[in-house]
Design a protein around this ligand. Structure first.
Ligand code: GLN
Length: 283
């Protein structure tokens, strides 16, 4: 009996030692892993993260290329907002659809490209507070008899693919209407108008006005149709659940509040922004 007990005792002791040894190995393994990630973590926080911001730079006056640089109202606003937030960033011209996909896939931290905030997009993205009011207009070749959106019926209409301008044209003419041609960029849609591939373009009012102003020889006119085209707002667009949305949106709200936005607005548009309307839209 006594013998049996001591056997049991030795047995337990052995099992205990094995257990401790196993723990020991685990511990060393764990701590070396921890050390590894800790030092990585340290070097990461020492080098400040550079946020990747995407755009599509054929959307003057909001973003366009000038001497190899992305310039425009959005570029200046983004600069002021990131200064306010104390964050480093890189502004990259990646293209419209690539930007939408990369923000959703979190390959970009956010997008700034005159992007309209709407319910459909809110299902897949988070947005900052609104920063610019927009609506749609029709730009058309002189001589076309267009006085309202209904006059788009039966003529060739160009839009930029995946935009609210495309949605607006489809709302009037019906989804997948064969007369609607979709282009990769806004610039290509205007080019199609110039070439005569389409007779009208539906796009954002301020971008259309800039095009008309910059192309006095293009022979184009523009009209709006308040009954057919809704008012919408631009916002910075983030991946759903983005850890940066809150602080960047707050910085944007501050910039709108403290006069910086007004200064940038005046520089680009020559008049005063309706700050109260913007703030109301943010509520
Ligand atoms: N505001 C429009 C949209 O969000 C167009 C933006 C753009 O083409 N850059 O769809």
């Amino acid at each position: 009996m006594k013998k049996n007990l001591s056997f049991l005792y030795v047995g337990f002791l052995l099992i205990g030692m094995l257990f401790l040894a196993a723990c020991g190995t685990n511990e060393t393994k764990d701590s070396s892993e921890n050390n590894g990630s800790e030092s990585e973590g340290n070097s990461e926080s020492a080098e400040k993260k550079v946020l990747q911001v995407g755009t599509e730079a054929t959307f003057a006056p909001f973003e366009y290329m000038e001497k190899g640089e992305i310039v425009g109202f959005d570029a200046d606003l983004l600069k002021a907002v990131m200064k306010e937030a104390g964050l480093d960033y890189e502004f990259k011209n990646v293209g419209w659809e690539a930007m939408l996909a990369s923000v959703q896939g979190e390959d970009l931290d956010f997008g700034v490209a005159g992007i309209t905030i709407n319910d459909k997009r809110k299902e897949s993205y988070d947005f900052s507070v609104p920063y610019f009011q927009s609506t749609h207009v029709i730009v058309f070749n002189e001589g076309e008899n267009i006085t309202s959106a209904a006059d788009l019926e039966g003529i060739k209409v160009g839009v930029q693919t995946g935009t609210t301008g495309a949605d607006a044209a489809e709302k009037v003419l019906g989804e997948n209407n064969k007369n609607i041609s979709k282009y990769e960029t806004q610039a290509l849609a205007f080019m199609a108008l110039k070439n005569g591939d389409v007779s009208a373009v539906v796009t954002d009012n301020v971008v259309a006005a800039e095009y008309v102003k910059n192309n006095p020889d293009a022979g184009v006119e523009m009209i709006t149709d308040e009954a057919s085209f809704e008012s919408e707002y631009y916002g910075f667009m983030f991946p759903k659940g983005s850890e940066y949305k809150e602080e960047i949106s707050e910085a944007l709200a501050t910039v709108i509040d403290n006069g910086t936005y007004q200064e940038i607005y005046k520089e680009w548009f020559g008049n005063d922004a309706d700050i109260d309307a913007l703030k109301k839209a943010a509520e």
